[in-house]
Write a protein that binds this ligand. Structure first.
Ligand SMILES: [Zn+2]
Length: 330
């Protein structure tokens, strides 16, 4: 992906800010253990209704970015299929390569980023994902999200071939290089066109830097990340001093005050399209590092509610699907 900065798309400065809500809808696995082909569970899918109910209170039509194990277990997704069929939710396809056939690669952290796979294998996994999602939900997905933000050089061509129109794989401020993954720190918060003939629309996850050093946050983060011994200590110190904090627009690990701060900063900078996201396993206590018990879950849902209220009432924002955002941008 090159030349993205030239193709940045923005709503007019006078337009109401638009918020998309994206749920990475996936299996539960132990995030602290090596990736594995098996041993996951799908219990948290039964909890999706808690979130959907909250979204509907605000008139939000969320995006469920389902991966292969979710699509492969239609008995677990009856409610979700109903919401999608009724236009109360939108479907996206998310690739977790390590649990998506064909299983031709060694399982490793590097190979968990689809962009590191041989292009023919990345394509074969994406084909399997599209076929399973289409079969299970009766809808061919047009929105793609790379698991772990792992988009690679071959991804745009492949997803354009497979009929995708919108991509959600970029997370500005994400730097996976230590883990063999991509570096997204040079991307801006705004949507842009890319891929063959500019046919694809990128709607990035919303993330960025706050704090006194944030104007130089991305390059500085690169420097800090490149000094392995001091990295963790420096980052912790910077963040403790309020100098530089990396914030994702997500109730996972961030209090409402962080989310408001990041949002205000992006709006001042002219960004009008934002994405709020979290992982479906966070809806079930014990499935992600962010939600260990009932009170964590209550807090997560409260943060969602308070943020949606803030976005609508204090900022005069509106909620939109990626397809609506695409129409507004063109
Ligand atoms: Zn994922």
């Amino acid at each position: 992906m090159t030349d993205f900065e030239r193709c940045v798309l923005r709503l007019p400065a006078t337009a109401a800010p638009a918020l998309m809500v994206v749920i990475d809808t996936e299996e539960e696995f132990d995030w602290s253990r090596p990736f594995a082909r098996s041993g996951y569970s799908l219990e948290a899918l039964a909890e999706l209704g808690r979130a959907q109910e909250l979204f509907e209170e605000f008139g939000i039509v969320p995006v469920y970015a389902v991966d292969y194990p979710v699509a492969d277990n239609p008995d677990r997704t009856e409610a979700l299929r109903g919401w999608v069929a009724a236009g109360r939710a939108v479907l996206a396809a998310q690739l977790h390569g390590w649990v998506t056939p064909p299983f031709d690669e060694p399982v490793s952290r590097t190979n968990s980023y689809q962009g590191n796979l041989p292009p023919a294998l990345e394509r074969a996994k994406l084909e399997a994902l599209v076929a399973r999602v289409t079969d299970s939900f009766g809808i061919q997905p047009v929105i793609h999200k790379a698991g772990r933000y792992g988009i690679g050089p071959a991804t745009p061509g492949i997803i354009a071939d497979l009929g995708f129109e919108i991509d959600l794989s970029i997370c500005p401020s994400f730097d996976g290089r230590r883990d063999g993954g991509p570096d997204h720190t040079r991307y801006l918060a705004d949507p842009f066109r890319f891929g063959p003939g500019g046919r694809l629309l990128e709607l990035p996850s919303t993330a960025g830097y706050c704090g006194m050093l944030s104007p130089i946050g991305n390059p500085l983060h690169g420097v800090v990340a490149s000094a392995p011994l001091e990295r963790a200590r420096l980052k912790a110190a910077f963040s403790r001093l309020g100098l530089l904090e990396r914030i994702r627009l997500s109730p996972e690990g961030h209090p409402l005050s962080d989310l408001k701060r990041l949002t205000r900063k992006l709006l001042v900078n002219g960004t009008r399209v934002l994405t709020f996201s979290f992982h479906s396993p966070s809806l079930r206590p014990g499935c992600t590092p962010y939600v260990k018990d009932e009170s964590d879950r209550a807090r997560l849902l409260r943060t969602c509610r308070d943020y949606f209220q803030f976005f609508r009432d204090e900022l005069g924002g509106r909620f939109a699907t990626p397809l609506e955002v695409r129409d507004a941008l063109s």
